[in-house]
Write a protein that binds this ligand. Structure first.
Ligand code: BTN
Length: 323
């Protein structure tokens, strides 16, 4: 019996008798009892109610590909190859493997309940506990070579921010190029990885998105962080709903970016800039200036003490506030 099937049955929070669970899963009551112990070992809270059965008392927000698909526009759903995995090293790595194997024309999307080797920007790791957050990667195809990708990273940040706000988050900030922020700290991040031109001019972009949803503990994270549930407790956050919102927003933004370029996204990015008018450093502290937002290609502009405006190229370095 799969543990997930039992968790699924218990996930409505109602009391289920051992007998009915055993019947529905086609196993003995003893097997149910053993599996309930395993569910508890996995970190869920299950109350045993004498004479009545078992009740899952901890919060549960299971990923379900059917639920995600149901919330997408049918045209988009038909163009996706959506895979929801229990565990994977990294959803970005998984998309890279899928692109290498597949000849399909669908957009690969992978979501995992946990990552064992989640990757962050600049070689960092990304904390990916089971069942808590959203770990989602999409494989996006662009035509015209790498040069057409200027600004894409920022476009993805805008798409994710808009999707989260549509679901009830307060104004989402962006830290150049695409860190996702709430006032209490970093809410998520986007890792963009590129695959070489498999055919001339065709570029595969792997957009990996991590969003903290329910996470309550992250002792090893070295900067202030936030989660949707802690920052907006009035909203009942569902990872399936967030996934559907993010997939739709990213697909639509990628299409617009492909046909019209970055220009139309500039303002939406700029109004979310958490560094605007602050004194920041770039290029490992070698350049210091006042943050003045982005130019038409998505480069970040710093006004130096000499009153010179210097563009910082996306992907070149990261910005840091001068403390
Ligand atoms: C950052 O450092 O801010 C970017 C973090 C990106 C994390 C996401 S989680 C889904 C995808 N898979 C990965 O291994 N990383 C990205």
């Amino acid at each position: 019996m799969k543990l997930k099937a039992l968790i699924n049955l218990l996930s409505d929070g109602q009391v289920h008798s051992g007998e009915s669970l055993a019947r529905q899963l086609g196993v003995s009551r003893t097997a149910i009892w053993k599996q309930v112990r395993r569910v508890v070992e996995e970190g869920y809270e299950v109350a045993t109610i004498r004479g009545r059965g078992y009740q899952l008392t901890s919060r549960i927000d299971l990923l379900d590909s059917g639920e995600i698909i149901n919330q997408l526009d049918t045209g988009l759903a038909a163009r996706l190859d959506l895979r929801v995995l229990d565990e994977v090293d990294s959803t970005n790595a998984e998309i890279i493997r899928q692109i290498a194997e597949s000849r399909g024309s669908k957009i690969p999307v992978t979501i995992a309940d946990c990552q064992t080797a989640g990757r962050g920007r600049r070689g960092r790791s990304w904390r990916s506990p089971r069942g808590e957050n959203l770990y989602l990667s999409m494989g996006l195809t662009f035509h015209g070579g790498f040069s057409v990708l200027d600004g894409l990273s920022l476009v993805l940040g805008v798409a994710v921010a808009e999707a989260l706000e549509a679901l009830g988050a307060p104004t989402v900030g962006l830290k150049w190029p695409n860190d996702i922020f709430l006032p209490s700290g970093k809410l998520g991040g986007i890792l963009v990885e590129l695959q070489g031109e498999l055919q001339e001019g065709v570029v595969q972009v792997i957009a990996g998105i991590g969003i903290n949803v329910h996470m309550t503990k992250a002792d090893d994270v070295d900067q202030p962080w936030s989660s949707l549930a802690s920052s907006c407790p009035d909203v009942e956050w569902s990872r399936n709903r967030i996934a559907a919102g993010v997939i739709s927003a990213v697909s639509e933004a990628a299409e617009t970016f492909s046909s019209e370029g970055f220009g139309g996204f500039r303002e939406s990015w700029q109004k979310r800039d958490i560094y605007l008018n602050r004194l920041v450093q770039a290029r490992d502290g070698q350049l210091e200036g006042v943050a003045c937002g982005i130019d038409d290609s998505g480069n970040y502009l710093l006004r130096t003490r000499e009153d010179e405006v210097v563009p910082i190229r996306a992907g070149e370095i990261s910005l840091r506030v001068v403390s």
